[in-house]
Design a protein around this ligand. Structure first.
Ligand code: Z5A
Length: 209
């Protein structure tokens, strides 16, 4: 039996890691083995690429370089960890996947969406998550939470306009494929988001398992 591939998406500080813990707990209560992972990263090679993407460099990174790096990491992650785990019947929960590329490199960096789509087809050949949880939150609120937590990485230091464009790109992804997404209001308290998450997951499970 093949497992399910679930991703969790949203801006920084929206609570992806926090709610991924709740999601993982819910998956276990359904009796499934879970593999938790993240992007960029998830395997040794992909984690090395993550460092290049997120570390500060004296040299400015070209946006297309950034795009190619996230897809290089994704290919390794998909073939080395995600697909083999699904084949074994595990459920895979990834903190971010291809929707993040449309949001950050498409919305934020303003790279051509057709180019991103072309790369996606080339690299993933139609492979995509069974379900994507989008934690939607005002960019100011998410960034304030991320800043309160500590030092910012190379992408987190972008201005608020960048993150508003990323959020708008997530909205476009949601509208283009609403059956794959569950959108949650992540401006709420951690407990309120968790309650909405579990309720939505139960509804999804009833029709998709
Ligand atoms: N990136 C890209 O550009 N292109 C791509 O294709 C991919 C990624 C895949 C990865 O960042 C970066 O890579 C990301 C996009 C880019 N860059 N940026 N900027 P990451 O994985 O290192 O981290 P992140 O995605 O930015 O997530 P985060 O900052 O770790 O935040 P989070 O996981 O969403 O939030 P959290 O850790 O659960 O919560 C943050 C704090 O807020 C914490 O103290 C919580 O206790 C608190 N919190 C959480 N929820 C709430 C609520 N509801 N109320 C109050 N406080 C809360």
């Amino acid at each position: 039996m093949t497992g399910k591939f679930i991703t969790i998406e949203g801006l920084e500080g929206v609570g992806k890691s926090t709610q991924a813990n709740n999601l993982a707990q819910w998956i276990k209560t359904k009796g499934h083995t879970i593999v938790r992972t993240r992007e960029p990263g998830g395997t040794p090679i992909a984690e090395a690429i993550r460092d290049v993407v997120l570390d500060m460099h004296p040299e400015k990174m070209d946006p297309t370089t950034e795009l190619l790096l996230v897809f290089a990491a994704r290919k390794q992650h998909t073939e080395s960890l995600i697909r083999p785990s699904l084949t074994k019947g595990a459920w895979v929960l990834s903190d971010r996947y291809t929707d993040a590329t449309y949001a950050y490199q498409g919305g934020g960096r303003k790279l051509d969406l057709a180019t991103i789509s072309h790369l996606e087809n080339l690299v993933l050949k139609g492979f995509k998550p069974d379900l994507t949880i989008w934690l939607d939150c005002d960019a100011e609120i998410g960034l304030a939470r991320a800043k309160a937590r500590g030092a910012l990485d190379r992408i987190e230091v972008e201005d608020i306009g960048f993150f508003n464009q990323c959020r708008a790109a997530y909205q476009q992804r949601f509208e283009a494929d609403p059956m794959r997404f569950i959108r949650l209001d992540a401006n709420q308290s951690i407990e309120a988001v968790k309650a909405d998450l579990v309720q939505a997951l139960e509804g999804w499970y009833d029709t998709n398992s």
